[in-house]
Design a protein around this ligand. Structure first.
Ligand code: PAF
Length: 287
């Protein structure tokens, strides 16, 4: 059943609507987004609906997580379609503030330091990104006060860092990660896919193909995984790889054997895309 969510544009409106929408002994679930929603967001909202009696989504393109020269001004904004998706997926409230509602005093003087992991992988290429992400997530948690919040595994490093922030700062929100949604040919859904021409889209497929090639070599150990993924990338000269790394599930060094994560980032034209997959490494005895 579709019913239009209540839209809150300001902190006061959010407080007022949450007073009515929150039930005292049932969980409130929160799905933070930057809008430009696609089937990946649909999966997050659906999970949020399962997790909470009340479902709140936010739509806010957070300026502090974009570095100089990144795509803040051209980031796709599709509010009406986003709202329709939130309605279809049963959101009760959509918080859609302007930056001055979130950053009332301008650029924040107090921010959340993501720690050393914030400077690795994505952080090597976007040095201020995770500080911006964690700061806005902490602020949104403070405003919405969710019992549970839902994030996609597509932004895997973000998910790991949000979990760590919640644990280390004792924020008390349970974090749920949702599997990446892919197109029929394996391309991970991303709002940034909107930047891809058909040719560039073909190049972008190299990311998921490399990951899949790596995963299929997992039984043979770490070296074999990276070799197989690297070989797959040879067929995609239009794709410039920023990193291809094998790590543990919490993004420390990859183990010799057992659960691990293969992560990749690359650029096709002006679009920067990321992807990752879980895998189980063999003991490498075949290396
Ligand atoms: O994943 C996103 O869309 C954003 O990084 C988030 C978590 C909404 C913070 O702006």
């Amino acid at each position: 059943m579709t019913s239009t969510p209540v839209i809150a544009r300001t902190r006061d409106e959010l407080d007022a609507v949450l007073k009515d929408a929150r039930s005292p002994d049932a969980p409130l679930a929160f799905v933070p987004t930057m809008g430009a929603m696609h089937a990946g967001h649909e999966a997050l909202l659906r999970e949020g609906r399962q997790q909470g009696e009340t479902l709140v989504a936010s739509i806010f393109v957070n300026p502090t997580q974009f570095g100089p020269g990144e795509d803040l001004s051209r980031y796709p904004r599709t509010f009406d379609a986003d709202l329709a998706m939130c309605a279809r997926e049963g959101a009760d409230v959509v918080f859609a503030p302007e930056p001055d509602q979130v950053y009332r005093d301008g650029d924040p003087l107090v921010t959340v330091d993501p720690g050393p992991l914030g400077g690795e992988l994505e952080g090597r290429f976007r040095p201020t990104h995770f500080r911006g992400v964690l700061t806005v997530v902490a602020k949104l948690f403070g405003l919405v006060r969710p019992d549970v919040a839902v994030f996609g595994q597509k932004d895997y490093q973000q998910l790991v860092l949000v979990r760590r922030m919640v644990r280390e700062l004792a924020l008390g929100t349970r974090i749920v990660g949702v599997e990446t949604v892919r197109e029929f040919d394996g391309l991970a859904l991303s709002s940034r896919n909107a930047y891809l021409s058909p040719d560039r889209r073909r190049d972008a497929l190299g990311l998921s193909h490399a990951l899949r090639a790596g995963v299929s070599a997992a039984a043979d150990g770490r070296v074999a995984v990276l070799k197989a993924a690297g070989a797959a990338l040879m067929s995609y000269p239009g794709l410039t790889i920023d990193y291809l790394e094998l790590r543990s599930p919490d993004l420390a060094s990859a183990p010799e054997a057992g659960e691990a994560r293969l992560l990749i980032a690359g650029r096709v034209g002006a679009a920067r895309l990321i992807d990752n997959l879980p895998l189980t490494l063999g003991d490498g005895s075949e290396e």
